[in-house]
Design a protein around this ligand. Structure first.
Ligand SMILES: [Zn+2]
Length: 352
Protein backbone atom coordinates (compact mmCIF):
# COMPACT_ATOMS: atom_id res chain seq x y z
CA UNK A 1 0.00 0.00 0.00
CA UNK A 2 0.98 3.59 -0.40
CA UNK A 3 1.57 4.32 3.25
CA UNK A 4 3.84 1.32 3.68
CA UNK A 5 5.75 2.21 0.57
CA UNK A 6 6.26 5.77 1.72
CA UNK A 7 7.46 4.69 5.13
CA UNK A 8 9.85 2.12 3.75
CA UNK A 9 11.41 4.77 1.54
CA UNK A 10 12.77 6.76 4.44
CA UNK A 11 16.33 5.56 4.10
CA UNK A 12 15.66 1.83 3.84
CA UNK A 13 16.38 1.28 0.17
CA UNK A 14 17.33 -2.29 -0.74
CA UNK A 15 21.06 -1.74 -0.80
CA UNK A 16 20.75 0.69 -3.68
CA UNK A 17 23.62 3.08 -4.26
CA UNK A 18 22.74 6.60 -3.13
CA UNK A 19 19.48 5.51 -1.54
CA UNK A 20 19.56 8.29 1.02
CA UNK A 21 19.23 11.22 -1.40
CA UNK A 22 16.02 13.10 -0.78
CA UNK A 23 13.56 12.34 -3.56
CA UNK A 24 11.49 15.32 -2.48
CA UNK A 25 14.40 17.57 -3.35
CA UNK A 26 14.97 16.03 -6.78
CA UNK A 27 13.73 18.76 -9.19
CA UNK A 28 10.71 17.33 -10.98
CA UNK A 29 8.27 18.04 -13.79
CA UNK A 30 4.76 16.95 -12.85
CA UNK A 31 2.96 16.29 -16.11
CA UNK A 32 -0.01 14.08 -15.26
CA UNK A 33 -2.20 15.48 -12.53
CA UNK A 34 -5.84 16.40 -12.84
CA UNK A 35 -6.61 19.74 -11.28
CA UNK A 36 -9.87 18.66 -9.67
CA UNK A 37 -8.34 15.48 -8.25
CA UNK A 38 -5.19 17.15 -6.96
CA UNK A 39 -6.27 20.05 -4.76
CA UNK A 40 -4.75 19.80 -1.28
CA UNK A 41 -7.14 17.83 0.90
CA UNK A 42 -7.28 20.48 3.63
CA UNK A 43 -8.39 23.10 1.10
CA UNK A 44 -11.19 20.85 -0.19
CA UNK A 45 -12.32 19.98 3.33
CA UNK A 46 -12.44 23.67 4.24
CA UNK A 47 -14.54 24.44 1.18
CA UNK A 48 -16.90 21.55 1.94
CA UNK A 49 -17.38 22.87 5.48
CA UNK A 50 -18.13 26.32 4.06
CA UNK A 51 -20.81 24.76 1.87
CA UNK A 52 -22.15 22.55 4.66
CA UNK A 53 -21.51 19.44 2.55
CA UNK A 54 -19.87 16.25 3.88
CA UNK A 55 -16.62 15.28 2.18
CA UNK A 56 -14.47 12.21 2.68
CA UNK A 57 -11.96 10.17 0.74
CA UNK A 58 -12.87 6.45 0.50
CA UNK A 59 -10.38 3.88 1.72
CA UNK A 60 -10.66 2.09 -1.61
CA UNK A 61 -12.49 2.24 -4.94
CA UNK A 62 -14.32 -0.77 -6.32
CA UNK A 63 -13.67 0.30 -9.91
CA UNK A 64 -12.89 3.29 -12.10
CA UNK A 65 -16.56 4.26 -12.27
CA UNK A 66 -16.88 4.62 -8.52
CA UNK A 67 -13.80 6.80 -8.69
CA UNK A 68 -15.27 8.82 -11.55
CA UNK A 69 -18.42 9.52 -9.50
CA UNK A 70 -16.45 10.65 -6.46
CA UNK A 71 -14.21 12.80 -8.64
CA UNK A 72 -17.16 14.81 -9.91
CA UNK A 73 -18.21 15.89 -6.42
CA UNK A 74 -15.32 18.30 -5.83
CA UNK A 75 -16.05 20.71 -8.70
CA UNK A 76 -19.62 20.99 -7.40
CA UNK A 77 -18.28 22.57 -4.20
CA UNK A 78 -16.89 25.46 -6.23
CA UNK A 79 -19.50 28.20 -6.45
CA UNK A 80 -17.39 31.30 -7.10
CA UNK A 81 -14.39 32.25 -9.19
CA UNK A 82 -12.55 33.10 -5.97
CA UNK A 83 -13.14 29.56 -4.65
CA UNK A 84 -11.63 28.20 -7.84
CA UNK A 85 -8.68 30.58 -7.85
CA UNK A 86 -7.90 29.76 -4.21
CA UNK A 87 -7.87 26.02 -4.94
CA UNK A 88 -5.62 26.54 -7.97
CA UNK A 89 -3.17 28.60 -5.93
CA UNK A 90 -3.18 26.02 -3.13
CA UNK A 91 -2.31 23.27 -5.59
CA UNK A 92 0.67 25.17 -7.00
CA UNK A 93 1.95 25.91 -3.51
CA UNK A 94 1.69 22.24 -2.52
CA UNK A 95 3.46 21.03 -5.65
CA UNK A 96 6.28 23.54 -5.24
CA UNK A 97 6.79 22.15 -1.74
CA UNK A 98 7.28 18.67 -3.25
CA UNK A 99 10.22 19.69 -5.42
CA UNK A 100 8.14 20.34 -8.54
CA UNK A 101 9.71 22.97 -10.79
CA UNK A 102 7.29 22.63 -13.72
CA UNK A 103 3.72 21.36 -13.57
CA UNK A 104 1.17 20.77 -16.26
CA UNK A 105 -2.22 20.27 -14.59
CA UNK A 106 -5.02 18.88 -16.73
CA UNK A 107 -7.85 21.39 -16.52
CA UNK A 108 -11.49 20.79 -17.38
CA UNK A 109 -13.30 24.13 -17.28
CA UNK A 110 -16.41 22.27 -18.40
CA UNK A 111 -16.75 20.90 -14.85
CA UNK A 112 -17.12 24.44 -13.43
CA UNK A 113 -18.85 26.33 -16.24
CA UNK A 114 -22.38 25.23 -15.20
CA UNK A 115 -22.00 27.28 -12.01
CA UNK A 116 -19.38 29.91 -12.88
CA UNK A 117 -20.04 31.03 -16.44
CA UNK A 118 -18.50 30.38 -19.83
CA UNK A 119 -15.69 27.93 -20.58
CA UNK A 120 -13.50 30.89 -21.49
CA UNK A 121 -14.15 32.74 -18.23
CA UNK A 122 -13.43 29.67 -16.13
CA UNK A 123 -10.24 28.98 -18.10
CA UNK A 124 -9.03 32.56 -17.58
CA UNK A 125 -9.64 32.31 -13.84
CA UNK A 126 -7.58 29.13 -13.67
CA UNK A 127 -4.74 30.53 -15.77
CA UNK A 128 -4.47 33.78 -13.86
CA UNK A 129 -4.46 31.92 -10.52
CA UNK A 130 -1.72 29.61 -11.83
CA UNK A 131 0.34 32.56 -13.05
CA UNK A 132 0.05 34.37 -9.74
CA UNK A 133 0.95 31.29 -7.71
CA UNK A 134 3.80 30.40 -10.08
CA UNK A 135 5.37 33.80 -9.42
CA UNK A 136 4.86 33.45 -5.67
CA UNK A 137 6.41 29.99 -5.48
CA UNK A 138 9.08 30.23 -8.19
CA UNK A 139 7.74 27.45 -10.42
CA UNK A 140 6.31 27.33 -13.95
CA UNK A 141 2.77 26.17 -14.68
CA UNK A 142 1.48 25.22 -18.11
CA UNK A 143 -2.08 23.94 -18.22
CA UNK A 144 -3.32 21.05 -20.38
CA UNK A 145 -6.87 21.88 -21.45
CA UNK A 146 -8.57 18.50 -21.44
CA UNK A 147 -11.47 16.96 -23.33
CA UNK A 148 -13.36 14.30 -21.40
CA UNK A 149 -13.85 11.50 -23.91
CA UNK A 150 -16.56 9.90 -21.77
CA UNK A 151 -18.77 12.99 -22.08
CA UNK A 152 -17.63 15.97 -24.08
CA UNK A 153 -18.10 15.45 -27.81
CA UNK A 154 -20.39 18.48 -28.15
CA UNK A 155 -17.92 20.98 -26.71
CA UNK A 156 -14.64 19.39 -27.77
CA UNK A 157 -14.01 21.89 -30.55
CA UNK A 158 -14.93 24.83 -28.30
CA UNK A 159 -12.34 23.58 -25.80
CA UNK A 160 -9.76 23.17 -28.55
CA UNK A 161 -10.39 26.72 -29.75
CA UNK A 162 -9.95 28.08 -26.23
CA UNK A 163 -6.74 26.07 -25.89
CA UNK A 164 -5.48 27.46 -29.20
CA UNK A 165 -6.27 31.03 -28.17
CA UNK A 166 -4.15 30.60 -25.03
CA UNK A 167 -1.32 28.65 -26.69
CA UNK A 168 1.94 29.94 -25.29
CA UNK A 169 -0.04 32.07 -22.83
CA UNK A 170 -0.73 29.55 -20.09
CA UNK A 171 -1.91 26.54 -22.12
CA UNK A 172 0.77 24.10 -23.22
CA UNK A 173 -1.19 21.07 -24.51
CA UNK A 174 -4.60 19.70 -25.46
CA UNK A 175 -5.41 16.56 -23.49
CA UNK A 176 -7.98 13.82 -23.84
CA UNK A 177 -9.05 11.84 -20.79
CA UNK A 178 -11.61 9.14 -20.04
CA UNK A 179 -11.93 5.59 -18.82
CA UNK A 180 -13.40 3.98 -21.96
CA UNK A 181 -10.50 2.81 -24.10
CA UNK A 182 -10.19 2.68 -27.04
CA UNK A 183 -12.17 5.90 -26.80
CA UNK A 184 -13.28 6.36 -30.38
CA UNK A 185 -10.80 9.21 -30.63
CA UNK A 186 -11.52 9.73 -34.32
CA UNK A 187 -14.50 11.83 -33.16
CA UNK A 188 -12.03 14.38 -31.82
CA UNK A 189 -9.86 14.66 -34.91
CA UNK A 190 -11.06 18.16 -35.78
CA UNK A 191 -10.51 19.35 -32.21
CA UNK A 192 -7.00 17.94 -32.24
CA UNK A 193 -6.34 19.66 -35.56
CA UNK A 194 -7.34 23.03 -34.08
CA UNK A 195 -4.86 22.56 -31.24
CA UNK A 196 -2.05 21.26 -33.44
CA UNK A 197 -2.47 24.24 -35.78
CA UNK A 198 -1.68 26.41 -32.75
CA UNK A 199 1.46 24.33 -32.10
CA UNK A 200 -0.07 22.59 -29.08
CA UNK A 201 0.84 18.93 -28.61
CA UNK A 202 -1.88 16.33 -28.08
CA UNK A 203 -1.58 14.27 -24.89
CA UNK A 204 -4.05 11.39 -24.69
CA UNK A 205 -5.08 9.06 -21.91
CA UNK A 206 -4.62 5.56 -23.31
CA UNK A 207 -3.17 2.22 -22.31
CA UNK A 208 -4.81 2.48 -18.89
CA UNK A 209 -8.10 0.56 -19.09
CA UNK A 210 -7.50 -0.20 -22.77
CA UNK A 211 -4.74 -2.23 -24.38
CA UNK A 212 -2.07 -1.38 -26.90
CA UNK A 213 -4.75 -0.67 -29.51
CA UNK A 214 -5.95 2.30 -27.47
CA UNK A 215 -2.47 3.81 -27.59
CA UNK A 216 -2.18 3.22 -31.33
CA UNK A 217 -5.54 4.95 -31.70
CA UNK A 218 -4.24 8.09 -29.94
CA UNK A 219 -1.10 8.16 -32.09
CA UNK A 220 -2.92 7.47 -35.36
CA UNK A 221 -6.19 9.37 -34.94
CA UNK A 222 -5.06 12.48 -33.08
CA UNK A 223 -1.32 12.62 -33.65
CA UNK A 224 -0.71 12.37 -29.91
CA UNK A 225 2.94 12.82 -28.98
CA UNK A 226 2.60 11.93 -25.31
CA UNK A 227 0.44 9.34 -23.58
CA UNK A 228 -1.11 9.69 -20.15
CA UNK A 229 -0.53 6.28 -18.50
CA UNK A 230 0.36 4.01 -21.45
CA UNK A 231 1.62 1.16 -19.27
CA UNK A 232 -0.30 -1.39 -21.35
CA UNK A 233 1.99 -0.66 -24.29
CA UNK A 234 3.91 -3.70 -23.02
CA UNK A 235 1.21 -5.86 -24.59
CA UNK A 236 2.59 -5.12 -28.09
CA UNK A 237 6.27 -5.44 -28.98
CA UNK A 238 5.69 -3.52 -32.23
CA UNK A 239 4.03 -0.64 -30.39
CA UNK A 240 6.82 -0.46 -27.83
CA UNK A 241 9.38 -0.19 -30.63
CA UNK A 242 7.30 2.47 -32.36
CA UNK A 243 7.04 4.52 -29.16
CA UNK A 244 10.75 4.17 -28.42
CA UNK A 245 11.69 5.23 -31.97
CA UNK A 246 9.36 8.26 -31.90
CA UNK A 247 10.22 9.15 -28.28
CA UNK A 248 6.55 9.04 -27.27
CA UNK A 249 6.64 9.76 -23.55
CA UNK A 250 4.35 7.89 -21.15
CA UNK A 251 3.30 9.93 -18.13
CA UNK A 252 2.73 7.10 -15.66
CA UNK A 253 1.00 7.04 -12.28
CA UNK A 254 1.83 3.81 -10.44
CA UNK A 255 -0.14 4.47 -7.26
CA UNK A 256 -3.25 5.42 -9.22
CA UNK A 257 -2.94 2.23 -11.28
CA UNK A 258 -2.68 0.15 -8.13
CA UNK A 259 -5.50 1.92 -6.29
CA UNK A 260 -7.88 1.44 -9.23
CA UNK A 261 -6.93 -2.24 -9.52
CA UNK A 262 -5.37 -1.85 -12.97
CA UNK A 263 -2.03 -3.44 -12.05
CA UNK A 264 -1.69 -6.47 -9.76
CA UNK A 265 0.83 -4.77 -7.48
CA UNK A 266 3.38 -1.98 -7.56
CA UNK A 267 6.41 -4.25 -7.83
CA UNK A 268 5.12 -5.66 -11.12
CA UNK A 269 4.22 -2.31 -12.68
CA UNK A 270 5.32 -2.31 -16.36
CA UNK A 271 7.20 1.01 -16.15
CA UNK A 272 10.69 -0.52 -15.70
CA UNK A 273 10.13 -2.83 -18.69
CA UNK A 274 9.18 0.11 -20.92
CA UNK A 275 12.21 2.10 -19.81
CA UNK A 276 14.43 -0.87 -20.62
CA UNK A 277 12.97 -0.83 -24.15
CA UNK A 278 13.82 2.86 -24.56
CA UNK A 279 10.37 4.40 -24.05
CA UNK A 280 10.58 7.73 -22.15
CA UNK A 281 8.61 7.50 -18.89
CA UNK A 282 7.73 10.15 -16.32
CA UNK A 283 6.27 9.58 -12.86
CA UNK A 284 3.17 11.38 -11.70
CA UNK A 285 0.41 11.38 -9.08
CA UNK A 286 -2.71 11.55 -11.32
CA UNK A 287 -5.15 12.45 -8.50
CA UNK A 288 -3.31 12.81 -5.20
CA UNK A 289 -6.42 14.06 -3.39
CA UNK A 290 -8.06 10.67 -3.94
CA UNK A 291 -5.08 8.33 -3.92
CA UNK A 292 -3.22 9.87 -1.00
CA UNK A 293 0.19 9.86 -2.66
CA UNK A 294 1.93 12.84 -4.20
CA UNK A 295 4.64 12.89 -6.82
CA UNK A 296 7.50 12.11 -4.43
CA UNK A 297 5.75 8.89 -3.36
CA UNK A 298 5.82 7.70 -6.98
CA UNK A 299 9.60 8.23 -7.07
CA UNK A 300 9.90 6.33 -3.80
CA UNK A 301 8.24 3.37 -5.52
CA UNK A 302 10.94 3.46 -8.19
CA UNK A 303 13.52 3.14 -5.41
CA UNK A 304 11.86 0.64 -3.11
CA UNK A 305 9.62 -1.49 -5.35
CA UNK A 306 11.60 -1.42 -8.60
CA UNK A 307 15.05 -1.32 -7.00
CA UNK A 308 16.32 1.48 -9.21
CA UNK A 309 19.44 3.45 -8.33
CA UNK A 310 19.48 7.24 -8.21
CA UNK A 311 20.91 7.77 -11.74
CA UNK A 312 18.04 5.64 -13.09
CA UNK A 313 15.48 7.44 -10.94
CA UNK A 314 16.80 10.78 -12.19
CA UNK A 315 15.95 9.67 -15.73
CA UNK A 316 12.24 9.96 -14.93
CA UNK A 317 12.75 13.61 -14.01
CA UNK A 318 14.93 14.17 -17.06
CA UNK A 319 12.27 12.64 -19.32
CA UNK A 320 9.80 15.17 -17.93
CA UNK A 321 12.14 18.05 -18.63
CA UNK A 322 12.54 16.95 -22.23
CA UNK A 323 8.92 15.98 -22.95
CA UNK A 324 6.84 18.94 -21.89
CA UNK A 325 6.27 22.39 -23.32
CA UNK A 326 7.99 24.47 -20.67
CA UNK A 327 10.16 27.53 -21.25
CA UNK A 328 13.78 26.97 -22.18
CA UNK A 329 14.84 28.60 -18.91
CA UNK A 330 12.76 26.17 -16.85
CA UNK A 331 14.03 23.20 -18.86
CA UNK A 332 17.60 24.25 -18.19
CA UNK A 333 16.80 24.81 -14.52
CA UNK A 334 15.40 21.28 -14.29
CA UNK A 335 18.29 19.63 -16.13
CA UNK A 336 20.90 21.52 -14.11
CA UNK A 337 19.04 20.77 -10.89
CA UNK A 338 18.85 17.06 -11.68
CA UNK A 339 22.60 16.98 -12.36
CA UNK A 340 23.27 18.85 -9.11
CA UNK A 341 21.05 16.40 -7.20
CA UNK A 342 22.99 13.46 -8.62
CA UNK A 343 26.32 15.04 -7.70
CA UNK A 344 25.25 15.52 -4.07
CA UNK A 345 26.77 13.43 -1.35
CA UNK A 346 24.10 10.72 -1.03
CA UNK A 347 24.22 10.82 2.74
CA UNK A 348 23.49 14.54 2.94
CA UNK A 349 20.10 14.77 1.32
CA UNK A 350 17.51 13.16 3.55
CA UNK A 351 17.19 15.82 6.19
CA UNK A 352 16.72 18.71 3.77
ZN1 LIG B 1 -5.10 10.80 -15.63
Amino acid sequence: MVEGTTGAAAGEGPGVSGAARSLRRLPKAHLHLHLDGSYPRAAVEALARKRGVPFSVPERFEDVWQFFAAYGEVPKLVETHEDLAALCRALVEAEAGGGVVYMEPAIEPQLYAPRLGSLGEVTRTMLSAFAEAARDHDVEVGAMLTINTDEDLAIAEDLAAIAASHAGKGITALGTAGFVEPAGLGRFRRAAGIARAAALPIVSHAGQTGGADSIAEALDELGATRISHGFRAVESVDLVHRMADARVCCDMCPVSNQRLGLVPDLARHPAPRLIAEGVPVTLNADDPLWFGAGITAQYEIARTEWGLADPEIAEFARAGALAAGMSLATRQRLLDGIDAWLSEDAGAGETA
